[in-house]
Ligand binder design. Sequence first.
Ligand SMILES: [Zn+2]
Length: 243
Amino acid sequence: MHIILRNALTWRVVVTGTVTEAEMIDNVVVACRGLAQFGMGDLIGGHVSLRVPGEDAYFCNTFDRTLSEVTTDDVVKVAFDGSVLTPGRYVSLGLTFHTGIYQLRPDVNAIVHTHGYWITTQAAFARPPLMWHNLATFFHDDCAMVEDDSFEAIAPALGTKSTILIPWHGAITVADTLSTAAGLHHTLEYICRLDVQLANTGAQPMPPDMVLKMRELVTRAGYLEETWQLLRRAGHRALAAER
Ligand SMILES: [Zn+2]
């Protein structure tokens, strides 16, 4: 499909397989706005990126806007070497870990990183969240920890998992699709809230023999895709309110 795409400087025709660059940019914007509607976009920092098919590059939001402010003008193409292919905009130094993950994980096409309040609070425990809810099972044996906050350490520490917590910082979720990465991220914020509020209360997490059964159930139910649709609706409402 050929389309006319406006970037910061010019108009051009772009084709990227079955998804256009304009569609990718729109998806980054809607994901940022949707996450922000649920408390994950109030501060400077946090990024949503999408791998550009067939290129050593990805689309990502710029550093100078919160997730609650991002528009199509605030999504730029970044090469794996760190150069910003859309001139004139500044991106987070933390984008280094996006490159690291995309290079180590050819299965990953979308990365979501936020400093969501409950994610960040729970990450200070320096352990994955416990199984306080059936949705927590998405993170059972699938949530890594990184020992320090060096960007180079993150991709190797993530390994083959979908989620990584960065103590005293935030979290990253990755997936083959943005719907799964963003759906996981929103779910993680909720699960971390439960962990922070239930840890050390005497409450008992889910028995281990229930975990895999519940994970299969919530996966089969299509929970993450519905969560992505929730984020899309919230993101579109936020954008419409500004028109
Ligand atoms: Zn960060």
